[in-house]
Design a protein around this ligand. Structure first.
Ligand SMILES: *Cc1c(COP(=O)(O)O)cnc(C)c1O
Length: 394
């Protein structure tokens, strides 16, 4: 793996974004995403309260406000907030008291599998389907053994998994279902909040996501799930239950007040962010639709999308994925190879797994490119990106 690939394997870090956006507009760098920011005055107005109360973290006023607002916005029964999405997922897996094997997808961000492994559990990779790149439910049952305790599917790119069939299979085998819903903030399936499916779902509020609290994350459930929510509260606060009682081996997963305030500000604007993303998304569709060798997203009628990503697969196209990547890069446009390599090809997992065992994920990881999409990306820039993709130059 060369250095560029190594960087591309990861997520655009917030530092990357800051560095690159500093250089805009002089070099007109376009990244795959750009953090959404509320008007600065809205944020600074909230800081006064924090200063007055001197309450900076540990489930303060803004933490509780954001929690209530998200419950409403996401149309879920309960929300627990965390310092980031990964920590939320790790602690959720711990709270579920799982054992043995956990079936998951190799076509995701590193966090999904790492959270399983860091809980002392064994990931078992199930391949993805070629339609929306989520778990191939036809293969799911064949991965279940007597050691399986849970399934961790990912709504990758905001494509909602086949939640109905996954639940049927899970019920038949008495397995927990935990969704990595990091890509699906605010999405709905048949009018139901995506955070209602399975036993629980994890959302990420990282700077690069549709909705951000700088860093942040949440676990949601369909019902009130009082017991699980209390357990999560305990685990994100070191397992402390009272001044003189530490009940479990928890971690520090608390969201602070500055992050919560950012979340409250961004939540006021998130519908507008999503509407602007839709314009970008629709322009890509308009410009790229019907081109031989390009496979572009399709949003089912019963899904309310957040337009988080625009993945394009180059399959029999005049240029290979890596050529398109380079053609864009020459123009200072940084599309990303999400998700390349797939997780079962990572250096840290190569002793235990073979990417060839999940051929669909392996193929897609080599053919896919996610194009820049964020609220303030201009349609002229989208046109420029499409010209480079289609013709190799502007
Ligand atoms: C962003 C992301 C995570 C991790 O979320 P953080 O808030 O960055 O910790 C997990 N899974 C997927 C699929 C993601 O995209």
């Amino acid at each position: 793996m060369n250095e560029t690939e190594k960087i591309d394997a990861g997520q655009t870090s917030a530092m990357d974004l800051l560095k690159k956006s500093d250089r805009t507009p002089a070099q007109e760098v376009i990244n795959v995403t750009r953090a959404s920011l509320p008007p600065l005055s809205e944020y600074t107005a909230m800081l006064q309260d924090i200063w007055d109360s001197a309450w900076l973290t540990n489930m303060g006023k803004y933490h509780e406000t954001l929690r209530a607002q998200l419950k409403d916005y996401l149309s879920v029964g309960a929300v627990q907030l965390f310092v980031n999405g990964h920590s939320a997922l790790e602690l959720l897996l711990q709270a579920m008291d799982l054992h043995g094997e956990v079936i998951t997808t190799p076509f995701s961000f590193a966090s999904t599998t790492h959270a399983i492994v860091r809980n002392g559990l064994t990931p078992v990779f199930c391949d993805i389907n070629m339609k929306d790149y989520t778990l191939d439910v036809d293969q799911l049952e064949s991965k279940i053994t007597e050691k399986t305790s849970a399934i961790v599917p990912v709504h990758v790119y905001g494509n909602i998994c086949d939640v109905k069939r996954i639940q049927e299979i899970a019920d038949r085998h008495h397995l927990k279902v935990i969704y990595d819903a990091a890509h699906t903030f605010g999405e709905k399936l048949d009018g139901i909040g995506v955070g209602c499916f399975g036993d629980a779902s994890m959302f990420s509020f990282h700077a690069t996501k549709v909705f951000n609290s700088i860093e942040g994350g949440a676990i949601t459930t369909r019902g009130e799930s009082a017991e699980l929510m209390e357990k999560l509260y305990e685990l994100k606060n070191f397992g402390i239950l009272g001044q003189e009682k530490v009940a479990s081996v928890g971690a520090n997963g608390k969201m602070n007040e500055f992050a919560a305030a950012m979340g409250i500000c961004n939540l006021r604007h998130v519908d507008e962010y999503i509407a602007k993303r839709k314009q970008v998304f629709d322009r890509y569709i308009e410009r790229l639709r019907g081109t031989e060798g390009l496979i572009i997203p399709e949003i089912p009628d019963n899904v309310t999308s957040n337009y988080a990503y625009f993945p394009v697969r180059f399959h029999g196209f005049r240029y290979q994925r890596d050529e398109v990547f380079m053609n864009l890069k020459k123009e200072n446009i940084y599309a990303r190879k999400y998700f390349y390599p797939c997780i079962n090809a990572y250096e840290c997992y190569q002793d235990q797994y073979r990417a060839e065992d999940t051929p669909n994920a392996l193929l897609v990881s080599k053919e896919i490119l996610t194009l820049p999409i964020y609220p303030d990306l201009s349609l002229q820039d989208v046109d420029r990106i499409c010209n480079i993709i289609l013709h190799g130059e502007v």
